[in-house]
Design a protein around this ligand. Structure first.
Ligand code: CTP
Ligand code: MG
Length: 337
């Protein structure tokens, strides 16, 4: 059984809050970026509306979930209620239309896991990916955004964790490490587990928001303006939480048996989800349950090699948070292979 190490938080941890907050603030996108995104969205709405008047466009992912950094690309979902849509044909047609409207670098990737059209808009200098009918992503984006409104420490922690993951090269699903979406879920789960809790479990509360998409139920309490101050009995500061997060994933998470679940606000067993063995390419070496698609493990991209990389990075981060005089520099040092 994996040996658990007990560490006490360092005595001077409070000294580290200001530098972490400064990093967080430096990554927040300025207001004018939002305006440019809206401008691009209305341009695309105009173009799409000519061909498909009933279609709708939704921004999802980091530009809409409040966990996006400055200069992120935008993710857009084209919702089109046509029973017999052939996605590839539709994407190729969309690509043609965009090209003739002078958008740049237009490319249809019809064979990707999530097929998309990529483009760059020279007027706003924004790049974007358009997918079709990936409506679940629109609703999990809303769930993340709703959680972010409850306590600012979620957004702070997730920004630091994402910045760390990008700097250290462990935010690359095609290399077997985790998506930004997975890291944000890990942060939400961590804050649900603090005592006293910093975040509630919205899916265990009264349902005020309800939709079903492809037989998946998305139901939760979304009147989050009534939950501001929920975590105020917990006074932990951002530096303590960053320390605790890495300490948890380095030394306290039970990789052999546990599944983290934002949906239930608790830890489930791999056995209860039947995630105990490799099926096809899904190995379940680290298990993060999707809040809505509960058969979906966001850790399934992780393989035998990358689990080692990930765990070594968590341990490195935990050691730095524990012992380094100036962790805010060392933590984000780029990984050079
Ligand atoms: N998504 C999903 N299931 C996944 C991965 C992603 O549903 N396995 C959806 C989520 O709605 C997520 C969006 O796709 O918000 C974009 O995913 P990702 O690129 O991981 O996150 P971003 O928030 O866009 O992060 P980044 O800033 O790194 O672009
Ligand atoms: Mg993205």
């Amino acid at each position: 059984r994996y040996m658990k190490r007990q560490m006490l938080c360092r005595a001077d941890i409070g000294r580290l809050d200001a530098p972490f907050v400064a990093i967080y603030e430096s990554l927040i996108p300025p207001e004018e970026e939002k305006a440019k995104q809206k401008q691009l969205l209305s341009l695309l709405e105009k173009i799409v509306g000519k061909e498909w008047p009933d279609a709708r466009l939704y921004i999802y992912g980091s530009c809409a979930n409040s966990f996006g950094f400055s200069k992120s690309d935008i993710d857009i979902c084209l919702r089109i209620d046509d029973a017999d849509v052939n996605k590839s044909e539709l994407l190729l047609k969309l690509a043609d239309m965009l090209q003739s409207e002078n958008l740049q670098n237009v490319q249809a990737l019809t064979r990707a896991r999530v097929p998309i059209v990529k483009l760059m808009d020279p007027a706003t200098d924004i790049s974007c990916d358009i997918c079709i009918n990936n409506v679940l992503a629109v609703f999990n984006t809303k769930l993340l955004r709703d959680y972010a409104q409850i306590d600012v420490r979620l957004r702070q922690l997730a920004f630091i964790v994402k910045h760390w993951a990008k700097s250290r090269g462990v935010n690359e699903t095609y290399q077997g490490t985790l998506s930004s979406y997975a890291y944000v879920l890990m942060c939400i789960h961590f804050l649900q587990q603090r005592r006293p809790p910093i975040l509630p479990c919205l899916q265990e509360m009264k349902t005020t928001h309800y939709v079903t998409i492809d037989n998946v139920v998305c139901a939760y309490f979304d009147q989050v303006e009534n939950l501001v101050g929920f975590g105020s009995n917990n006074r932990e500061s951002i530096a303590q939480l960053v320390w605790g997060f890495f300490n948890y994933w380095a030394y306290h998470h039970d990789y052999a048996n546990d599944v983290i679940s934002v949906r239930t606000g608790s830890i489930l067993s791999k056995r209860s989800k039947d995630w105990t063995r490799r099926i096809g390419n899904d190995r379940h070496l680290v298990c993060i349950e999707d809040p809505f698609e509960v058969t979906h493990d966001l850790g399934r991209v992780v393989d035998k090699r990358s689990i080692k990389v990930l765990r070594e990075e968590f341990e490195r981060a935990a050691e730095i948070m524990q012992y380094d005089f100036n962790p805010c520099v060392k933590l984000f040092e780029p990984y050079i292979p």
